[in-house]
Write a protein that binds this ligand. Structure first.
Ligand SMILES: [Zn+2]
Length: 293
């Protein structure tokens, strides 16, 4: 190998593909001006009620001893009403959803600590029409089963990014009707807050092909599409996610013999579809022939 080539390699390794993700903060589904208006109104009513209750009940005041019982009750109603309005305001103004992160490492939910589902551990992404939410099923980084929902009302941008990233990285796991997909929000270029990340921690992870535990960082190769980790000599030509990663294997090492098959064979599926179509058209032809005779 010439010096030039070596240099190039080093550079490629150092600059490498950078990892990043986007952080999406949930939005309250209520118009913020309604929330502000309600907050102001609640404050006024509560204040008036408290004032009337504590200061305007003396002799000669509106709610004094000579007032009728009906009038005397007004301050308590004001306080109760004001409290209720404040309660509604707080309820409308806050979202119970957690911030969501979408990017190279997968999809993460910030609930207390950040729990993350790498792309390669996503089993399926579906759409729940009743809840108007994406349902993501799979395993988290600790290989525990995990299902979470991302409602489009509080997380429109995250939904857009999850769908677009998933279609690019793990298309076969996205199980959403085309009609629904069209209606979902798009992945806006400047949505969310972009966060740059450190390279994936690979030491201690198991090679997705050989099962060997990575103990020395330079031995590892990471699929840029799904972040599966491979031992450098066991890198297959094609990752289980479908990405071509043969170039990550040292050029002196031949492709491993037991090539990993993709989890589902797309071509087979297509063939099956064609066969079904052919069978259908044949049946139609026969039916029309029968009708003619
Ligand atoms: Zn992959």
């Amino acid at each position: 190998m010439t010096e030039e080539k070596k240099d190039k390699r080093k550079k490629a390794k150092k600059s490498g593909p950078k990892r990043s993700e986007r952080r999406f903060v949930p939005i309250a589904s209520t118009n913020p001006w309604i929330v502000r208006g309600l907050g102001a109104l609640g404050g006024l009513v509560l204040g008036a009620g408290l004032f009337a209750y504590f200061y305007a009940t003396g002799e000669g005041h509106t709610f004094g001893p000579e007032a009728t019982d009906k009038v005397k009750a007004i301050p308590s109603y004001l306080i109760a009403g004001g409290a209720v309005i404040m309660g509604i305001c707080i309820w409308l103004g806050t979202s119970s959803e957690s911030p969501i992160r979408v990017g190279d490492p997968g999809i993460a939910v910030e609930k207390g600590e950040t729990r993350r589902m790498p792309w390669w551990l996503v089993e399926k992404i579906t759409w729940q029409p009743g809840a108007l939410a994406l349902v993501v099923t799979g395993k988290d980084e600790n290989l525990r089963d995990w299902t979470f929902k991302v409602p489009v009302a509080s997380h429109p941008e995250a939904v857009g990014w999850i769908v677009s990233e998933a279609q690019r990285r793990i298309k076969k796991k996205v199980d959403i009707e085309k009609g629904v997909l069209k209606k979902l929000p798009a992945a806006a270029e400047h949505a969310g807050t972009k966060i740059d990340l450190e390279p994936l921690q690979v030491v201690g992870k198991k090679c997705a092909a050989s099962g060997k535990t990575i103990s020395y960082e330079p031995d590892a190769r990471v699929c840029p599409q799904c972040e599966r980790v491979y031992f450098k000599r066991s890198v297959p030509n094609k990752c289980k996610c479908g990405a071509s990663i043969g170039h990550l294997r040292p050029s002196t090492v031949a492709a491993p013999e037991d090539v990993i098959e993709e989890e589902e064979n797309e071509e087979d599926e297509r063939e099956e579809e064609h066969e079904e179509e052919a069978a259908e058209s044949e049946a139609k032809e026969r039916a029309s022939e029968d009708a003619e005779t």
